[in-house]
Design a protein around this ligand. Structure first.
Ligand SMILES: NC(=O)C1=CN([C@@H]2O[C@H](COP(=O)(O)OP(=O)(O)OC[C@H]3O[C@@H](n4cnc5c(N)ncnc54)[C@H](O)[C@@H]3O)[C@@H](O)[C@H]2O)C=CC1
Ligand SMILES: O=C(O)[C@@H]1CCC=N1
Length: 270
C-alpha cells in the first residue's frame, strides 16, 4: 500500500484527496496536513481522511504532495527537512517552484516531481503536466502519472516548460470562467433573465468543449462552421478583433507565465 500525504489541504489539496478517493483509493491510504484546524476537522468529517502534523505525515507517507501556496513554502520546508524519510517521493503542485528548490532544502537525493494540475480535478477532468527533478526516475514519474490519471489527463513536459504550462492549463480554467461570466452579463444587457442567460451560455460551453474534445477537428474549422456569410457571428467576431481580444489573451497568458517565473525566483536565495 502506498500512503499519500497531502501537505496543505486547500482548494487543490482537497480536489486531489476527493479525486483519489473517487478513483478508488481507500481513506486509510491518504492523510493530510492543514494549518487551519477548523478546515482540517471539516475535511476529516467529509472524507474520513486523517489530518496529521507534518512530522507524523512524513513518518507515515511514501509520497508527500506539497499543495501550499508558493509564498508559504519556506516554513513548510523548514518543518519537513528534519523529518522526511530518505527516499520519500516529493510531488510539488506549487506554481513556479522549481524541483531544485526542494532538492536544495531537503536531504541529498530526495526525488522530486513537479506537477501543474488544475481545478477541474474536482470533476475528474484535470489537466496535469509532470516533470522529473534530477533524482526522480522513471518509476517516480510512472507513479505520479498513475495517481493523476485517476483525476484527469496527464502530459509529461520538460521542467523548462512548466511556467508556460502553468499560464496555459494551470490558470486556464479561470479564463474560461471569466469568459462565461462576461457572456452571461451580455445576456443581461440584451434583456434575458439571468437564469436563462446562464443556462444558454453554460450549455453552449459544455457543447463546445465536447466538440473540441473529439480531437478530430481544429477549433478554426469549428468556429468557421458557426460563422455564416453576412450572418450574426461574423458581426460579433469583428467586434472581438476590433477590441483586441486575441492580443489580450496572448498578453494575459504571457503575464501569467512571467508571474510563475517570478514566484520561483523569490526563493532563489534560500
Ligand atoms: N487553485 C488552483 O487553480 C491551482 C493551484 N495550484 C497550486 O496549488 C497550491 C495550492 O493552491 P490552492 O489550493 O489554490 O491554495 P489554498 O490557499 O486554497 O490552499 C493552501 C492550503 O495550505 C494550507 N497551509 C499553508 N501552509 C501550511 C503548512 N505549513 N502546513 C499545512 N498546511 C498549510 C493553508 O491553510 C491552505 O488551506 C499553490 O501552490 C498553487 O500554485 C496549482 C494549480 C492550480
Ligand atoms: O493563480 C495561481 O497562482 C494558481 C496557479 C495556477 C492556477 N492557480
Amino acid at each position: 500500500m502506498t500512503t499519500i500525504a497531502v501537505l496543505g489541504a486547500g482548494k487543490i489539496g482537497e480536489a486531489l484527496l476527493s479525486g483519489l478517493l473517487r478513483g478508488g483509493r481507500g481513506a486509510d491510504e491518504l492523510v493530510f496536513t492543514e494549518k487551519h484546524p477548523d478546515r482540517a476537522a471539516a475535511l476529516t468529517k467529509e472524507y474520513g481522511v486523517e489530518g496529521l502534523d507534518v512530522a507524523e505525515a512524513a513518518r507515515r507517507a511514501d509520497v508527500l504532495v506539497v499543495a501550499v501556496k508558493p509564498q508559504d513554502i519556506e516554513p513548510l520546508l523548514d518543518e519537513l527537512a528534519p523529518v522526511i524519510k530518505p527516499g520519500t517521493l516529493v510531488v510539488s503542485l506549487c506554481a513556479g517552484l522549481p524541483t531544485s528548490l526542494y532538492e536544495r532544502r531537503l536531504p541529498e537525493g530526495t526525488p522530486v516531481v513537479r506537477v501543474m494540475p488544475n481545478t477541474p480535478m474536482l470533476v475528474g477532468e484535470a489537466m496535469s503536466a509532470i516533470s522529473a527533478g534530477r533524482y526522480a526516475g522513471a518509476d517516480h514519474l510512472n507513479l505520479v502519472e498513475e495517481l493523476l490519471t485517476t483525476v484527469g489527463k496527464v502530459a509529461r513536459v520538460p521542467e523548462s516548460q512548466q511556467d508556460a504550462v502553468t499560464a496555459l492549463s494551470g490558470s486556464g480554467p479561470a479564463y474560461f470562467f471569466y469568459l462565461v461570466e462576461a457572456m452571461i452579463d451580455a445576456g443581461i444587457l440584451l434583456g434575458i433573465p439571468r437564469d436563462l442567460s446562464t443556462q444558454l451560455i453554460i450549455q453552449s460551453a459544455v457543447g463546445a468543449a465536447q466538440m473540441l474534445n473529439r480531437n478530430d477537428t481544429h477549433p478554426v474549422i469549428l468556429r468557421e462552421a458557426v460563422t455564416s456569410p453576412a450572418g450574426t457571428t461574423i458581426m460579433a467576431i469583428r467586434e472581438l478583433e476590433k477590441h483586441g481580444v486575441r492580443a489580450a489573451l496572448l498578453a494575459a497568458i504571457e503575464a501569467a507565465r512571467d508571474r510563475s517565473v517570478e514566484l520561483g525566483q523569490a526563493h532563489e536565495d534560500h
